[in-house]
Design a protein around this ligand. Structure first.
Ligand code: NAP
Length: 271
């Protein structure tokens, strides 16, 4: 039996165990995935412990993603993003960030190209960092709009080393949206329990817009409801969650997991 897990604090809400255990079962693999509550102070001990115990791989969540950079060997992308969400324990401890790839794959699955597209990214926190780097690396023109503009400016300073990005506050959102092909909400606005909040409403959108909300609880956020009213294409946060898990699974096992089974497990758990 091989063990896998997610470390975090809090961690009991994590959907990763249900998602990965569904895959192990479907593929008949003798593996189990569990959630472990680990504080930042204990992260190093926990990582070395998992390594000597022969764990197959780990995910990291709040508040451990940044601290891990000091302990594991990060990939160049994880270092640029400033956070690790996946640790491979096959040879030493290598840290990856699969959140941005998860977002990119969620768009790709719906046939949405990002090269040359104007993307308006709301937010400049951890998830926004991962998405901004991944999309800019692949040729999108990314405008990062954040409530605290200093954070957007700081992120742009990093992202322009690898691609096209500019910063904004929330004042000109309507104009920015009319120039955008894709709008991504990577703020926590609209997340349970504050489900009646949205930064953007239907009259600010247009029907050729793709609206991707990375918030997955609820699955149908107020932003997505507003986008549907405007006739825009909508993508919810579940597929980003699933695809970051797909990438982690590939890193650990070098196998392609069944995406539909992962999606079903997550949607059932959320429902
Ligand atoms: P974070 O690092 O704490 O960043 C939070 C962001 O939301 C910041 O940009 C913050 O702006 C903004 N924000 C918070 N409250 C706001 C408000 N009332 N008005 C305007 N902006 C507000 O969080 P994170 O880790 O990036 O996560 C953000 C969201 O993405 C969460 O809901 C999380 O569950 C979700 N997420 C989803 C996935 C997925 O796989 N689907 C993956 C990761 C995260 P300021 O800088 O101004 O504070």
């Amino acid at each position: 039996m091989k063990l896998f897990g997610v470390l975090g604090d809090p961690v009991s809400h994590s959907l990763s165990p249900v998602m990965h255990n569904a895959v192990f079962k479907a593929l008949g693999m003798d593996c189990e995935y569990h959630a472990f509550r680990v504080s930042t102070e204990n992260l190093e001990k926990a990582l070395y412990g998992a390594s000597v115990l022969g764990f197959g791989g780990l995910n990291l969540t709040i508040p451990l993603k940044e601290k891990a950079l000091d302990i594991v060997k990060p990939t160049e992308l994880a270092r640029q993003i400033g956070a690790v969400n996946t640790v491979d324990l096959k040879e030493g401890m290598v840290g990856y960030n699969t959140d941005g790839i998860g977002a990119k794959m969620a768009l790709a699955r719906r046939g949405i190209e990002i090269k040359g597209k104007n993307v308006l990214l709301l937010g400049a926190g951890g998830a926004a960092r991962a998405i901004a780097f991944e999309l800019a690396k692949d040729g999108a023109k990314v405008t990062i709009a954040n409530r605290t503009i200093d954070r957007a400016e700081a992120l742009v300073k990093d992202v322009i080393k690898i691609g096209k990005a500019k910063a904004s506050g929330f004042e000109d959102l309507k104009d920015l949206i009319s120039d955008s092909d894709i709008l991504i909400n990577s703020t926590s606005v609209g997340m349970y329990p504050k489900i009646s909040e949205t930064i953007v409403t239907s009259e600010m959108m247009h029907k050729d817009l793709v609206v991707f909300d990375i918030v997955y609880n609820p699955q149908n956020t107020l932003l997505l409801k507003e986008a549907k009213k405007a006739g825009a294409t909508t993508i919810d946060g579940v597929m980003m969650l699933v695809f970051q898990g797909v990438e982690s699974f590939k890193i650990w096992t070098e196998r392609m997991p069944p995406v539909d089974i992962m999606e079903k497990a997550v949607r059932e758990k959320l429902a």
